[in-house]
Design a binder for this molecule. Structure first.
Ligand SMILES: Nc1ncnc2c1ncn2[C@@H]1O[C@H](COP(=O)(O)OP(=O)(O)OP(=O)(O)O)[C@@H](O)[C@H]1O
Ligand SMILES: Cc1ncc(C[n+]2csc(CCOP(=O)(O)O)c2C)c(N)n1
Ligand SMILES: [Mg+2]
Ligand SMILES: [Mg+2]
Ligand SMILES: [Mg+2]
Length: 327
């Protein structure tokens, strides 16, 4: 690899999307101007080789794409509009070429162009064994229009913005070397969900625009875990209605326990899960239809203190806050 400074030069954007950037890459820090009618929104998430990806589970370009996507997903979950991002990369001294790192940045750039977000800084260091990629995103939300996990109330509708379980299904096949055994044309959308998930920014912004009260979270650790976070933050119980979940046809030939593993506990779906009051629901569904976006009812909110239930064929069971845990 050339020296670190040439490398930084090579990943510096030639052109920026946001006119608010006053100083981007190249000085000690970035500067951007702000508008007072908006609040600033910031999030950071890290991807670690061996934990979030391996060379077997992810093409290199997708590692970059996903690292930015998971962060944009957190902004989506706040109802925010993304503006800028910073990238910190720790590169092992062996095993990664500059071409590969450039590919990783290409993945980020592809998604950044789609959402008009600008790379305004970062950090480059070496590490012993595995690559670590940390992305920080900065966005904005109209003052007092942000969406929180703590706004659910008894009687609300529980919704998701798309299918869940696709990412975990793909990952299981990738880890078990089974992807050649599944039908490749139908496997493609599962692979896409795992490798290059689409952050639901439009859905998040649409939910923030309306007048109704909304609670919202993004599905990184699994539907069960995220629903539990909403239930606990809001001080309510949540019932997930298994029979109303969108179950991919490919799951039908697998035992129900496997389906539950993928759909409730698998994680990394990066759909949004949330609640709205029942009388606002129909209007919201219409608005989503107008924007060609999916909003799917999967349960309801009840009085309680943070318990999540799953109801299947009329029988309820308590769902634990399990999903992917680092500790
Ligand atoms: N090491 C840390 N130091 C300080 N704050 C942290 C740390 N880790 C997480 N947080 C904060 O805790 C809150 C929850 O973080 P968490 O990472 O669980 O959410 P998330 O990003 O939505 O989930 P995921 O990481 O699974 O995508 C956030 O406000 C986050 O900024
Ligand atoms: C090789 C490989 N093994 C396992 C997984 C699964 N996985 C890792 S982290 C995580 C939760 C989200 O992470 P975080 O909580 O850090 O946002 C999940 C579901 C994977 N993606 N790749
Ligand atoms: Mg996080
Ligand atoms: Mg989140
Ligand atoms: Mg996150």
């Amino acid at each position: 690899m050339n020296n670190e400074f040439d490398w930084i030069q090579s990943v510096s954007p030639k052109k920026l999307h946001q006119p608010s950037v006053k100083v981007g890459i190249g000085d000690d820090a970035a500067i951007y101007s702000v508008h007072s009618e908006f609040d600033q929104v910031v999030a950071v998430d890290t991807m670690v080789e061996g934990i979030h990806f391996t060379r077997k589970t992810m093409p290199i370009k997708s590692i970059g794409y996903k690292a930015l996507a998971v962060n944009l997903s957190d902004l989506a979950a706040m109802g925010a509009i993304p503006l800028y991002y910073l990238v910190s990369v720790a590169v092992p001294k062996q095993g990664w070429t500059q071409e590969e790192l450039s590919k990783m940045y290409e993945g980020m750039d592809q998604l950044a162009c789609k959402w008009q977000v600008d790379l305004i800084g970062g950090d480059t260091v070496s590490i012993r064994d595995t690559l670590v990629l940390t992305v920080t995103v900065i966005g904005k939300v109209k003052r007092d229009r942000h969406l929180l996990r703590s706004q659910a109330e008894e009687g609300d509708v529980l919704f998701v913005t798309g299918e869940v379980g696709l990412s975990a299904y793909a990952l299981e096949h990738l880890l078990n070397d089974e992807s050649p055994r599944v039908d490749q044309s139908s496997f493609a959308r599962f692979l896409k969900a795992h490798q290059e998930p689409e952050p639901q920014l439009e859905a998040g912004q649409l939910l923030a625009k309306g007048d109704g009260r909304v609670s919202l979270n993004d599905v990184s650790d699994g539907l069960a875990h995220e629903a539990k976070e909403i239930a606990e933050a809001s001080g309510v119980n949540i019932v997930i209605d298994w029979d109303s979940l969108l179950i991919p046809q490919e799951f039908n030939t697998h035992p129900i326990e496997k389906q539950e593993d993928w759909m409730l506990y698998g994680g990394e779906d990066f759909q949004l899960v949330g609640t709205v009051s029942a009388h606002y629901w129909n209007e919201l569904v219409l608005r989503f239809k107008e924007h060609h976006l999916l909003l799917h009812k999967i349960g309801r909110v009840e009085k309680g203190e943070g318990t999540v239930f799953m109801k299947r064929h009329g029988t309820r069971s308590i769902i634990e806050k399990s999903g992917y845990h680092h500790f």
